[in-house]
Design a protein around this ligand. Structure first.
Ligand SMILES: Cc1ncc(COP(=O)(O)O)c(C=O)c1O
Length: 365
């Protein structure tokens, strides 16, 4: 959709990246890293001061004690952390459950590692886990379950009760959890993000993935990290070592510098909530239905009645070509490509862009 948006000069609310510059502190950090001569390989598991910062944050936010030496690894974005997590856990023939709609890397990563993807559809407007179905799949055997909260594309979040229930279900199994928490700092309306690291069962069974790109408006730096118990992390690092060995030194120093000031991530939810509210207010009373949005920087929209005859992909193409606005259809978030009648908008854009976008969308009767 981004390529199509470019061809048609359309406003791009499709791809999920922030449309504003990161803090000048990022540039200062990168500059300082170069002045300090950080041009050579970082240690394989990552720059130690950055791993120490992450450990401090995990303790502060989730009351979770992680060893920076043994349980945290810096990766080339959430994407690599996820792929390495799948390679660590999944052996050929293993069944791996994930919930749809799903971020697009899970399904191929399971397949590329020889696993068998087991998609389970989230239910209702709140995109809730169908526990009976998950239990039925567990009874056949699951090597791992992938969860993502806050959730892309639906903007839903898992509660502490959801995590407790998941822990209870897998407690007597050998099932692992891959927990994609890249939007951990982006939750709204006083809600709280619960990490699997806070659950007494799940914290021993999980690989948790996060991303600096999402937190610091710097997706192009492609830096993230994984957290897991020492035993799992030892295996994770055996893969990481031969996939990338180590990731970009100067960027690691930059985020280490950013992490000295917690203000940025602490106000991130309020910042995006403001943008969400501008976007939603701009569509009130229009032909577009708004799905709930409790976290992330994505808003799902129900297509207006006059577009419901189209598939969501065709509706998105029509909007881009004829109306000059690019949104993402939801069907590619399902393995069977079903028509959902929903489009995803990324509201991580300056207010002027959001106002322009809502004006374009309001024009559709
Ligand atoms: C749910 C989810 N997980 C992982 C990622 C990948 O993060 P990164 O850009 O750090 O590789 C994204 C990026 O869009 C995402 O939405």
């Amino acid at each position: 959709m981004s390529a199509l948006a470019q061809t048609h000069g359309a406003l791009n609310l499709a791809q999920g990246f922030p449309g504003f510059a990161p803090s000048p502190e990022i540039q200062a950090g990168l500059h300082e890293a170069c002045e300090r001569g950080m041009f050579q390989y970082a240690p394989m598991p990552g720059y130690l001061p950055l791993r120490e910062d992450i450990a401090r944050q995990l303790e502060h936010r989730y009351d979770f004690c992680a060893s920076p030496q043994e349980e945290i690894t810096i990766t080339a974005g959430g994407t690599q952390a996820l792929y390495t997590a799948f390679t660590t856990i999944v052996q050929p023939g293993d069944r791996v459950a994930y919930f749809e709609p799903a971020y697009d890397s899970y399904h191929p990563a399971i397949c590329l590692n020889g696993g068998i993807p087991v998609p389970i559809q989230l239910q209702g407007e709140g995109f809730e886990i169908p526990w009976n179905e998950l239990e039925a799949e567990l009874s056949i055997g699951l090597k791992a379950i992938v969860i993502n909260s806050p959730h892309n594309p639906s903007g839903s979040i898992l509660s502490s009760e959801d995590l407790r229930q998941l822990g209870e279900l897998i407690q007597s199994t050998g099932t692992f959890v891959i927990s994609d928490e890249v939007y951990e700092h982006i939750v709204f309306d006083g809600d709280i993000h619960f990490s699997v690291l806070q659950d007494p069962v799940l914290k021993h069974r999980s690989i948790v993935v996060s991303s600096f790109g999402k937190t610091y408006h710097a997706t192009g730096f492609k830096l993230g990290y994984a957290v897991a118990g020492a035993g799992i992390m030892k295996e994770f690092r055996k893969i990481h070592q031969y996939q990338v060995f180590a990731v970009h030194s100067a960027s690691q120093y930059t985020f280490h510098r950013m992490m000295q000031n917690p203000e940025h991530h602490e106000q991130l939810g309020a910042f995006y909530q403001g943008l969400r509210d501008v976007f939603r207010a701009g569509l009130q009373g229009s032909s577009w239905g708004l799905m709930p949005c409790r976290g992330t920087y994505f808003q799902l929209l129900k297509v207006p009645k006059r577009l419901q005859g189209y598939g969501d992909l065709e509706a998105a193409e029509w909007l881009c070509q004829e109306k000059g606005i690019a949104l993402i259809p939801m069907s590619p978030f399902y393995a069977d490509g079903r028509n959902t009648g929903l489009l995803r908008a990324c509201f991580a854009k300056p207010v002027e862009i959001l106002e322009e976008a809502t004006a374009l969308l309001r024009n559709i009767p």
